[in-house]
Ligand binder design. Structure first.
Ligand code: SF4
Length: 380
C-alpha cells in the first residue's frame, strides 16, 4: 500500500525519521540496545503494520529515514516503509545483520526505497565473531556486501568493533584490511564499551578482567590511520567516509535537527520536547491500533538554553567542529554561555586537543577525538 504523497504537510524542513525494530534472532554478548528475541513472525508483521500507521499519522515528509534495530530485515521492513514510497526522501538507510541476508533481500529493499545499507560486520575473524555471539561468519558478511553491491547498492556502510578482549592485533589489522578491500563508502569503527549486565560484562567479571579503554582507543587509532591512507575521512568520532558517503541522517542529528523515533524504545527530539517511546512492543502496537499515542518514558521539556546547548555541542564530535559564533547566531539564547564556551575550547586548543578550522570552528585533533566527551562535559 502506498500512501499519497502528503502535500506540503511537513511542519518544518529537515526532520529526520528513525524507526526501531526491536527484534533479534539472538542477543550479542556486548549489546545493551533495546531488543528482544523469540517473537513470532505474525507479531513482527503486526509491529511493522503499527510502525506504518505511526509514520502515516506523523504526517510529514522526513528529510532522511533510518530503519534500525534490532534487525529490521527480519521484521518485514517493506510493510513499515509503504507510507514512504511516494515521498521525496534524501536518504533511506537500513541496518543489515549478515545473518539475515537472503538472496532476495537486496531487491526487496530497493523496491521499498532503501538507498543506503549499513552492514553489521563487527569483525572479519570467525573466532572473534563467535565470541561476540554473532550468528554469522566473516564469509557471510563478505558475501552480503558483494551481493548488495551487485544488486545495485552503491551506498554501503560497514560497522566494526575495536578492542575486543583477547583479539590479537594482527587479527584486527586483517579485519580493517578486509573492510577496506571491500571498499564500502562508509565505515564506522566503534570502541568496545563494556555495558553493565551484558554477557560480555558478566564474562569479564567472572574472569576478574579489568576494562582497558586504552586498548580500544589504540585499535581505533590504528584503523583510522589505515582508513585515512585508503581515502576515508574521519568526519565524526566513530565514523569514516569516502567523499560523498557521509551518513546524512546521523550528520543532521549531530547538527541539531529534530528527529522523530517511531517504535518501542525509540528516542525523539521534536520542538522543545524529548522523549523515549516505552520499550514495550505490545504497548506500541496496542496504542497505535487504537489511534492513540504510544506510551512514553523519560519525557522532558528542557528549557530553551538546555535545548540549544544539547543541539549545538555535538558538532564538537565532528571534523567540521563547533563554530561558536554560528551557534549563537542560530540560537541567540546561547549568548550567555558564549564566553564560557570560548574559554573552555581555547584551553583545549592549548592542550592540543582541538584546532581551529579555516572558518574559525573548534574541531578535534586526532588526540582530541579520543577525549572529546570530556571536552563536551565542560560545555554543559
Ligand atoms: S543483532 Fe544488533 S541489536 Fe541485536 S543483539 Fe546483536 S548488536 Fe544488539
Amino acid at each position: 500500500m502506498a500512501a499519497a504523497k502528503p502535500a506540503d504537510t511537513s511542519p518544518a524542513p529537515g526532520i529526520q525519521l528513525y524507526v526501531h525494530f526491536p527484534f533479534c534472532r539472538s542477543k550479542c554478548a556486548y549489546c545493551a540496545l533495546y531488543s528482544r528475541t523469540g517473537d513470532t513472525e505474525s507479531f513482527r508483521k503486526e509491529y511493522s503494520r503499527a510502525a506504518a500507521s505511526a509514520i502515516e499519522r506523523a504526517g510529514f515528509v522526513p528529510e532522511t529515514v533510518y530503519f534500525g534495530g534490532g534487525t529490521p530485515a527480519v521484521s518485514f521492513p517493506e510493510i513499515a516503509a509503504a507510507p514512504l514510497a511516494e515521498m521525496d526522501i534524501s536518504e533511506f538507510s537500513m541496518e543489515i545483520n549478515p545473518s539475515d541476508f537472503t538472496p532476495s533481500l537486496p531487491d526487496r529493499l530497493l523496491a521499498c526505497g532503501v538507498d543506503r545499507v549499513s552492514v553489521g560486520v563487527q569483525s572479519f575473524d570467525d573466532t572473534v565473531l563467535s565470541s561476540m555471539g554473532r550468528t554469522h561468519t566473516a564469509a557471510q558478511a563478505e558475501d552480503a556486501v558483494r551481493a548488495l553491491r551487485a544488486a545495485g547498492f552503491s551506498n554501503i556502510g560497514m560497522d566494526l568493533i575495536a578492542g575486543w578482549p583477547g583479539m590479537p592485533r594482527d587479527a584486527w589489522r586483517l579485519t580493517v584490511e578486509k573492510a577496506i578491500a571491500l571498499s564500502p563508502g562508509h565505515c564506522s569503527v566503534y570502541s568496545l564499551i563494556r555495558e553493565r549486565g551484558t554477557p560480555l560484562d558478566i564474562r569479564l567479571s567472572n574472569a576478574g578482567a579489568r576494562p582497558d579503554p586504552g586498548e580500544a582507543l589504540d585499535r581505533v587509532a590504528e584503523a583510522g590511520a589505515m582508513l585515512g591512507k585508503a581515502g576515508y575521512e574521519r568526519y565524526e568520532v566513530s565514523n569514516w567516509a569516502k567523499p560523498g558517503f557521509k551518513c546524512r541522517h546521523n550528520a543532521s542529528v549531530w547538527d541539531g535537527a529534530d528527529y522523530l523515533g517511531i517504535g518501542a524504545g525509540a528516542f525523539s527530539r521534536m520542538g522543545g520536547m524529548r522523549w523515549r517511546t516505552a520499550p514495550d512492543p505490545e504497548a506500541f502496537v496496542k496504542a497505535v491500533s487504537r489511534g492513540a499515542e504510544p506510551p512514553r518514558t523519560e519525557e522532558e521539556s528542557p528549557d530553551a538554553l538546555e535545548d540549544a546547548v544539547s543541539r549545538e555541542i555535538f558538532a564538537l564530535r565532528t571534523s567540521a567542529g563547533l563554530d561558536v559564533a554560528n551557534a549563537v547566531r542560530r540560537r541567540p539564547v546561547l549568548k550567555c554561555v558564549e564566553g564560557k564556551w570560548r574559554d573552555c575550547l581555547e584551553y583545549a586548543v592549548s592542550r592540543g586537543l582541538l584546532a581551529k578550522t579555516s572558518s574559525g570552528a573548534f574541531a578535534p585533533t586526532p588526540r582530541g577525538f579520543e577525549v572529546v566527551d570530556s571536552i563536551l562535559a565542560g560545555l554543559v
